[in-house]
Design a protein around this ligand. Structure first.
Ligand code: SF4
Length: 339
């Protein structure tokens, strides 16, 4: 083959044929526009993955995956109406309301998670917001888990500034509070709290000095433009979340979204890649929905820059691949747990 046959004629060059500068993705930006994020989603798939990989490698070891475990410390009976959630008291999903778990039980679960290789232990409670009495108990759990040498994370609903301060004082490292979706689609999913209230909780968490875990859910019937809007909103927060969970909807019988058509797996991978490129130093977490995802799709997500997973047979109330399946997949892909 003649050398000239290897060179694409100029007329076939596309706008995305711009070289990636050495510093592309090295410095986080907070001024991402929707047009820029939309352009990422519209890239040819190999180009998008190449860009995501480049940014990932500039910021992380691509073979290291952070492993978290999530425990439901207070299950069901939530007064909120999040359309995807089996723990809402408004939907008949078979999830029974339980009391807050005892401290000893939580610590036993945390020890087991550590022994299984988790470095972060997340505690989730199905509340609109914690009552101060409940917060006393959660603070004791956070302090106990921290003493075991694990990073601590909690997701308890909306927080006041004072509550965020108390959690920080008890040793909380991360607080999870998702934006869920784009602002303009949010009202289709949740009516009992506003987007602005979510942003206010994130501000309180950040001001208390707690790292932020904040992402969203795809496959809820939103359009691509809504996915673009969600990523653009996250990427233009004053500080990027340290962790960005990208969830695929788990369609639970009894919830309003039970019959949503399944989202194309490659569109999910595109969302992960857009999160990686726009939030280069965040841990991008492959979260809910992995149970129903092929190993090949999960491998593409790692290629697209995902570098964190939840480990364990359950994510709050929905199934998750067991530790053995995860360990086997990580071994096959040559990935290892991040210290
Ligand atoms: S997502 Fe959280 S706030 Fe919403 S219904 Fe479920 S437990 Fe309640």
């Amino acid at each position: 083959m003649a050398a000239s046959e290897h060179i694409a004629p100029a007329s076939r060059a596309q706008p995305w044929h711009k070289p990636l500068g050495a510093a592309a993705g090295a410095v986080p930006r907070h001024d991402w526009t929707r047009a820029e994020v939309r352009a990422l989603f519209e890239l040819p798939f190999p180009e998008l993955l190449y860009r995501a990989q480049t940014v990932h490698r500039q910021n992380f070891d691509p073979a290291a995956v952070q492993v978290s475990t999530l425990l439901s410390i207070k299950t069901g009976g939530c007064p909120e109406d999040c359309a995807y959630c089996p723990q809402s008291a408004r939907y008949d999903t078979g999830v029974r309301a339980e009391k807050l778990m005892a401290l000893d039980t939580v610590l036993a679960e945390a020890r087991a998670a550590k022994a299984a290789g988790a470095s972060r232990f997340c505690m989730g409670a199905a509340w609109r917001e914690p009552k101060d009495r409940d917060l006393d108990a959660v603070c004791a759990m956070v302090a106990g888990v921290k003493d075991l040498g694990l990073e601590t994370c909690a997701t308890l609903g909306m927080l006041t500034a004072a509550q965020a301060g108390r959690l920080k004082d008890s040793g909380l490292d991360y607080y999870n509070h998702n934006l869920d979706t784009a602002p303009e689609f949010y009202g289709d999913i949740i009516t009992t709290r506003t987007y602005q209230e979510r942003l206010a909780t994130l501000d309180h968490v950040r001001a208390a000095g707690i790292a932020v875990c904040c992402g969203g859910i795809v496959g809820m019937g939103e359009t691509r433009e809504h996915r673009v809007g969600m990523i653009a909103t996250l990427a233009s927060l004053p500080a990027h979340p340290e962790s960005v969970p990208i969830n695929m909807l788990v369609r639970v019988a009894g919830t309003p979204l039970a019959d949503e058509p399944k989202l194309d797996a490659l569109e999910f991978v595109r969302t992960v890649a857009a999160a990686r490129i726009t939030m280069p130093r965040a841990m991008v977490r492959l979260s809910a929905g992995r149970e129903d995802m092929s190993e090949e799709t999960q491998a593409l997500c790692f290629l697209a820059g995902a570098n964190s997973i939840f480990y364990g047979p359950k994510l709050l109330t929905t199934p998750n691949p067991g530790p053995d399946r995860d360990r086997e997949l990580m071994e096959r892909l040559g990935l290892r747990a991040m210290e």
